[in-house]
Design a protein around this ligand. Sequence first.
Ligand code: PLP
Ligand code: TYF
Length: 398
Amino acid sequence: MFGQVELLPADPILGLIEAFNRDTNPNKIDLGVGVYRDAQGNTPILQAVKEAEALLLTREKTKSYIGSHGDPAFGQQLLPLVLGQDSAVLQASRATLTQAPGGTGALRLAADFIHRCAPGKKVWISDPTWPNHYAIFNAAGVEYASYRYVDSNTNRLDFPAMLADLQQIPEGDVVLLHACCHNPTGFDLSLEQWQQVLEILKARKLLPLIDFAYQGFGAGLEEDAAAVRLLAEQLPEVMITASCSKNFGLYRERIGAFIAVAANRNDMEKVRSQLAVVARSNYSNPPAHGSAIVATILANPELNGLWRREVDDMRNRINTLRQQFVDALKPFGLAEKFACVAEQRGMFSYSGLKPEEVQKLQQEFGIYMVKTGRMNIAGYSEQNLQYLCKAIASVCGK
Ligand code: PLP
Ligand code: TYF
């Protein structure tokens, strides 16, 4: 039987890791997969996480199952982080949270929930998007289609095209929106633009599924939640998938959550019961270590403060790297061409580099990025910025 199995290509993003590891160029730079790196090129464990783990080591009493919705203490802490301390939705008991193995697991819960409870509804996804979005909805048997997001000629957000496409979506369908730090482009909507999106969602009775994987990496932990909170306060029903991979640096611990905001408490309970069944048939119970860390940090004022400062540091470093990149391209006459890098937010930038240029960067300079020209901004550092910019100038004919 195995002989007939089709050999599949590697994931376009994760596959880069292997290619990078094989490269013997001592100057190689990995701008591929989206993990945060410090000035030394490491992805460190946050201090707040280390301290929470030390506490857990002494406090933890059992390894028994935590239940399909996960650790209630985690849910209690994460809901106000996402929806806001004074959220009217929380006060009205309209929100339910199911812990999931990462943002990916939360998206799969969302996809299975849509498949079970809203059969025939399509999910509308920005073009471009994180490629795993397509894979997850495919695997769950949910149909999807795209709305425009970027003008490929100017390499800028094409908001009029986005609005025009949203206006064409059949009533009742699901719209996948990136809350902040759009992956792969780094182009985010302003609050005024979110207001316009909200009006269309209302008018066409569209159900938003908000992917919130980078809270704290755009403008700040509270600022980045503005769109999520706006939609949650203004619409009767909203779905949110949160990830703690980036902002807690807990990538491999697999910790995230699916949140549903329902029109009333009764509907919320119905949705919650469905989510338990969906979780159970996928993995039964989520892993417990990541949720215990997050719950410990958020509940402890000292660790919470330390964590917030560490998130601020990661974000500020990325934004500094963005500006340094554009400045370092000035001598090559390329500052204008790449000015968008300083305006984009989050881990990624759509650089506008063409596939041939990306390939040259890889082959001639050992610089790895996704074929679409997406760069992980945290992938370079002050030490190799000059090498990177010289290489980019070279492949751009400067
Ligand atoms: N959504 C987006 C847009 C992402 O970029 C990612 C990956 O980092 C995720 C969701 C899921 O992340 P994870 O499953 O690692 O929490
Ligand atoms: O886009 C990225 O680089 C991150 C990490 O299948 C990632 O979101 C990439 C691919 C993938 C899972 C995670």
